[in-house]
Design a protein around this ligand. Structure first.
Ligand SMILES: Cc1cc2nc3c(=O)[nH]c(=O)nc-3n(C[C@H](O)[C@H](O)[C@H](O)COP(=O)(O)O)c2cc1C
Length: 197
């Protein structure tokens, strides 16, 4: 059985970040489907220096993040809606992935990308999901048809331990994870075959 590596990143530095909880839930759903996973949460992303195109040197954390995405088979990105767009923290991580522009699988090429947005309103959630989808397209990624949006003002969706308690949200995350896994397995098989040839 093919065991894809799914890398998730996102959330904020806020304790109890809803975005990070959602990425964690998405990765757990991928694990339930047979994936190996790796999470880069808000605190990790905050340790990444500001991306600067003229500076090729990389911190150990920058290298760790870039290498994880380079070798993964699928990706989950979680962002808050900040002023109707993705947060600077998440954008900085995406910009660092410019390091993948010379790869055989350039940027997110051949990888499914599950997108998750948490916002304090449906309008912010929708426009941010749409903007993030455009960014992933620009980076040659394959956003899953199912995007996950959460309006944190619409009612509680988390249990006290931080797990997702809302049944509909759980089902949406599971459906997205299923799309990630089916795509990741198919493309990993193709990628591994090319490597073996
Ligand atoms: C600086 C800032 C800007 C925000 N802008 C928006 C916005 O434009 N639309 C919206 O719906 N929510 C907005 N929010 C609310 C956050 O998107 C929302 O609280 C989100 O769930 C926070 O994510 P977190 O729980 O992972 O920290 C903003 C919050 C902050 C701090």
């Amino acid at each position: 059985m093919i065991r894809p590596l799914i890398v998730g990143f996102g959330g904020t530095t806020r304790p109890g970040s809803s975005g990070e909880r959602l990425v964690r839930a998405a990765l757990a759903a991928c694990e339930a489907g047979g994936a190996e996973t790796r999470l880069f949460g808000g605190d990790f992303l905050a340790e990444l220096p500001h991306y600067a195109p003229e500076r090729p040197e990389r911190s150990p954390r920058q290298t760790e993040f870039v290498e994880a995405v380079r070798h993964c088979d699928g990706i989950v990105i979680g962002t808050p809606a900040y002023h109707a767009g993705i947060s600077g923290l998440v954008k900085n991580a995406l910009d660092l992935l410019e390091d993948l522009h010379g790869d055989a699988r350039v940027y997110f090429d051949d990888r499914p990308v599950g997108l998750i947005v948490s916002a304090a309103g449906w309008q912010g959630a929708g426009v941010t999901l749409s903007a993030l989808r455009d960014m992933v397209h620009a980076m040659r990624g394959w956003p899953t048809p199912i995007g996950v949006t959460v309006n944190t003002l619409a009612g509680p969706v988390f249990a006290e331990n931080g797990s997702v308690s809302d049944a509909q949200l759980t089902a949406t995350i599971a459906a997205q994870a299923d799309q990630i896994m089916r795509f990741a397995r198919a493309f990993k098989a193709r990628h591994d075959m090319k490597g073996a040839a």
